[in-house]
Write a protein that binds this ligand. Structure first.
Ligand SMILES: O=S(=O)(CCO)c1ccc(-c2ccc(C3CCCC3)c([C@H]3C[C@H]3c3ccccn3)c2)cc1
Length: 240
């Protein structure tokens, strides 16, 4: 069962995401504030301050056509394409690959004036979920999750002056297939991918609340817009 040092922690986090993060906002009795809405994309936040630091949890739900859950999670997880859609990291390095679909990454974020630059050191794992909870009455064809969470690593060799931000992030995707009425073959037009993205970022040290909250308000919608468009573009059949 224990495949690498973080296997147990990873399993536990995935189980938590599948039970907690897949619930629609508000189902947990918590008060989520809808702060951005663009078509199917809805982004919610909660205000949370821990030890004086802004740790506002974020939850986004979205649904896009023509892609599968596996494609969404693959492009989110695959570091080979990271800089093609990530707009706020300055550099990153894969420190270790504990197993085939699990990497340990060190990355630095662009400095947010007037606070110090932040870096993140985290494990990133892509997993197919076998017995997914079905949300509502729709039955998913398949469910995939990418789980990113902060870990320690002796070889991080951090950029001096960076403050370590702590992250707990998950991208959970489900593929829904609507076969064509005429009984024809299933094409990309029959695909719908439901997305849940949860992010808990602890800035790790002081940063002005107003600055952080305005960054989150700007960066999360931008990230979801840019990333989903990127995947649809990468998977679009070539215009013949
Ligand atoms: O989804 S991922 O796993 C994709 C891999 O990169 C992810 C996303 C976001 C972060 C992150 C980490 C630190 C910060 C802050 C804290 C104080 C100063 C930097 C932010 C703030 C900058 C905000 C932000 C929000 C959304 C997207 C990017 N930037 C975001 C880390 C990982």
């Amino acid at each position: 069962k224990r495949r690498h040092k973080h296997s147990d922690e990873l399993e536990k986090k995935i189980q938590n995401h599948l039970t907690d993060s897949m619930k629609p906002p508000g189902a947990d009795g918590d008060i989520w504030e809808l702060f951005a809405e663009e078509g199917e994309m809805k982004i919610y936040r909660k205000e949370l301050v821990e030890d004086g630091l802004i740790c506002d949890p974020l939850k986004a739900v979205h649904s896009i056509g023509n892609v599968t859950a596996r494609e969404m999670c693959h492009y989110f997880w695959d570091t080979d394409v990271r800089m093609e859609w990530e707009g706020t990291i300055e550099s990153f390095r894969v420190i270790e690959v504990p197993e085939e679909f699990t990497t340990i990454i060190y990355q630095t974020h662009r400095r947010v004036w007037p606070s110090a630059q932040r870096d993140c050191l985290y494990l990133s794992s892509m997993v197919k979920v076998d017995n997914p909870p079905s949300v509502g009455d729709k039955i998913p064809h398949d469910t995939w999750i990418v789980c990113n969470f902060s870990v320690d690593h002796p070889e991080a060799n951090p950029v001096s002056g960076c403050v370590r931000a702590l992250i707990e992030i998950a991208l959970i995707c489900q593929t829904f297939i609507t076969p064509p009425k005429d009984g024809g073959p299933i094409t990309r037009d029959c695909l719908q991918c439901d997305i849940i993205y949860v992010a808990n970022v602890n800035p790790g040290g002081w940063a002005p609340a107003s600055v952080l909250r305005s960054i989150y308000k700007r960066e999360y919608p931008k990230f979801l817009r840019r990333f989903t468009a990127y995947v649809q573009d990468k998977t679009r059949k070539l215009d013949i």
